[in-house]
Ligand binder design. Sequence first.
Ligand code: SAM
Length: 299
Amino acid sequence: MAASSTAELVALFRAAEAILRGDRSIYRDRDARLFVRDSKLRALIARPRVAQAGLAVLDAVTPGLAGQAFVRYRYFDELLARMLADPLDQVVVLGAGYDAAGLRLARGGHPTVVYEVDERETQTRKRELLAEIDPRALERTVFVECDFARDSVAERLMSAGHSRDRRTLFSWLGVSWYLDAAAVDSFLAELASVAASGSRIVFDYMHTSVVAGGTKPRGARLAARVVALQGEPWTFGRAPDEAKDWLAGLGWTLTENMRASELRDRYQRAHSGRLRPAADWVSVADAVRAPDSRRTPPG
Ligand SMILES: C[S@@+](CC[C@H](N)C(=O)[O-])C[C@H]1O[C@@H](n2cnc3c(N)ncnc32)[C@H](O)[C@@H]1O
């Protein structure tokens, strides 16, 4: 198996968005470009005008795809900043790909312990890149190998040193899409069983219409075909109005459940420039560990 190509693709999106001129970016990840190594892809982020044109084409053929990714990162980063103000012990980035949150925390000298969880091949590539980019991040991060479809994420985290008594922020962005419903449910329930009181998870999920048969929302159609051809098909979806009860059954209390398009509108209100659209077929969920969710620890 090769390193995740969708992880590289979203790093490319972030790198392009980060160099836009003026106040047009939903989210600026200035480190994303460090993880884009393919020379053809690098050409797309060499100059702001090229990046802008590339994102404009993407918005035309798959409306809302790039924007939905940017709003989830912004939402997570703002929450992380708020939680760091009241010491945060652990951050766990699940399906981390080339997410640079760990790199930023290491650079900022935060004492927060960062766990990055992913499949072996993607993690191996990330470690090679981090060794070049900033060895501090490599030393400060605990890398946990896990296949969410097969392995127990709770067991993997606990054997890597994760504490179930320390407040944790979990990030699970752009990942539920690739699992089946049973794997998503057991994953979320397992995390709740090893999460301390006050711990939180931010994750995104597609709506059922994207993976069910029948007409897919515009914007999702072509993208779904492309990721399937890359060997990473979208397989999981959920109806947003079911999220509260669904998560409650898995040990999490939903605090926010926003369509990506709603988050984009929230951010637009604070911007002078015009932000790109974000999909209304993806939602970002923010949930806290429910009080009684540790009654049944796994294994
Ligand atoms: C679209 S990328 C998102 C990466 C990162 N969260 C981001 O937003 O930049 C999907 C990530 O999920 C990971 N992933 C997909 N299926 C997985 C599985 N069964 N177990 C563990 N990780 C998985 C991939 O390796 C990849 O890093």
